[in-house]
Design a protein around this ligand. Structure first.
Ligand code: NI
Length: 153
């Protein structure tokens, strides 16, 4: 552990204290440690540096669009190493929602998601990348108190 001193303006501190209160953090240090971890994680994800990630890709497409359903399936088969499971929902007569769970390096997941989402007749697409905690989240959850409001959302 290292002790650091930081300077924060009143407005930001007030906001932080409200967040600490709402989140049930035991103290400011714990809250700032959590926020720092989140920030580091986001920065690493943005840089494509995270090796072991879980991604959730959701997209809506028109299954009547020529050849699209077959091409999407082919894409998943070509990437069977990262595409681990999919949930298919028939939204209405034409539209399908697919939610796929991906696993792998964050830049690979992003690249795969782009090939899916960029298809014409895919009307909506979003990828959420969740770094696997054991690699980027060094603390153990057992060390946390019950009331610290910590969750991995
Ligand atoms: Ni369908």
């Amino acid at each position: 552990m290292q002790r650091i001193t930081i300077t924060v303006d009143d407005e930001l501190m007030a906001e932080l204290d409200r967040m600490i209160e709402a989140g049930g953090y035991p103290n400011r240090s714990e809250a700032i440690r959590d926020l720092t971890r989140l920030g580091l994680r986001d920065a690493a994800a943005a840089a494509g540096e995270i090796r072991d990630c879980v991604g959730v890709l959701s997209y809506v497409y028109d299954h009547e669009a020529r050849d699209l359903a077959r091409r999407l399936t082919t894409s998943h088969h070509h990437h069977h190493d990262i595409s681990v499971a999919s949930l298919h929902v028939h939204l209405d007569a034409d539209q399908c929602l697919e939610i796929s769970v991906l696993k792998g390096r964050s830049d690979e997941l992003r690249e795969f998601a782009d090939t899916i989402v960029s298809q014409r007749a895919v009307s909506y697409g979003e990828l959420k990348i969740v770094p696997q905690p054991r690699h980027t989240h060094a603390h153990t959850h057992a060390a946390h108190g019950e009331a610290d409001g910590h969750d991995e959302a």
